[in-house]
Write a protein that binds this ligand. Structure first.
Ligand SMILES: [Zn+2]
Ligand SMILES: [Zn+2]
Length: 251
């Protein structure tokens, strides 16, 4: 019965206990593995072995698929960040886990995912005096109850001993959801000038590591980097769990 998840085995009990039982089980076992459905962790040990790592060839700036050393998008647009680094491609189990954290309300997935990101950073260090999350607009944060990038960044900062500035960047206006936007051009226009360095942040001469859950077109990260560079940041490296465009044709 190893292939039957704990939640399934407890399902009859849950049925009898009704709503109260379900709530209790969710407290005791908040996760089903995003890969195999087993209980206990957002990504179980077995599925963690099989996560999709980045595959070559990829752009040395943004880590998206590219046969040339620098991809067309980075060559044309001139990125304001130094680069994007990520342990995984945005697909399969890691994608499901990120979606659960981001849209499924599974806040408790953040420590494990943050630890994975911290392990990656420890093995692949980036220059960083400050670590900060990609900001979320206050109204969206109220709706979701948390900023998943901040939860991940906080964990990475703790694990790696980098000073954490959760409010370094702020969203100055709410942007539309990226998912439905048709082109990279639209996405770039959508996020342009929507980020600013907060009054409290002093980034002059500082090397900033910017954390987000996933890098898609890179336009959000680029806008954050632009604001940081304008405020005098010496460098901006982006660290994400996954990169969407790492395979030919993107995600
Ligand atoms: Zn699993
Ligand atoms: Zn690139």
């Amino acid at each position: 019965m190893a292939d039957v998840s704990l939640k399934e085995r407890l399902a009859p009990l849950q049925h009898l206990a009704g709503r109260a039982g379900r709530t209790l089980l969710d407290v005791l076992y908040p996760f089903e593995c995003a890969g195999c459905g087993g209980s206990g962790k957002i990504i179980c040990d077995g599925c963690a072995e099989d996560l999709a790592e980045l595959v070559a060839p990829y752009c040395r700036v943004c880590s998206a698929y590219s046969v040339s050393e620098i991809c067309q998008a980075c060559a044309q647009s001139g990125r304001r960040f130094e680069g994007v680094r990520a342990p995984f491609r945005y697909e399969g189990t890691i994608r499901q886990a990120i979606l659960a954290l981001k849209y499924g309300g599974i806040k408790a997935a953040a420590p494990q995912l943050g630890d994975m990101l911290a392990c990656y950073l420890q093995a692949n260090p980036l220059p960083g005096d400050i670590l900060a999350p990609v900001p979320m607009h206050a109204s969206r944060r109220r709706e979701r109850g948390y900023n998943q990038a901040e939860l991940l960044a906080r964990r990475v900062a703790e694990r790696c001993g980098i000073p954490f500035q959760p409010d370094l960047l702020v969203r100055t206006r709410r942007v539309d959801a990226q998912a439905g936007m048709s082109s990279a051009v639209n996405r770039a226009a959508n996020v342009a000038d929507s980020v600013a360095v907060s009054q409290r942040g002093d980034v002059s001469g500082q090397r900033v590591v910017l954390v987000d859950d996933v890098a898609t077109t890179g336009s959000t990260l680029d806008n954050c980097a632009a604001a940081l560079k304008e405020a005098g940041a010496a460098s901006v490296w982006c660290l994400t769990l996954a990169v969407a465009g790492n395979r030919r044709g993107g995600e």
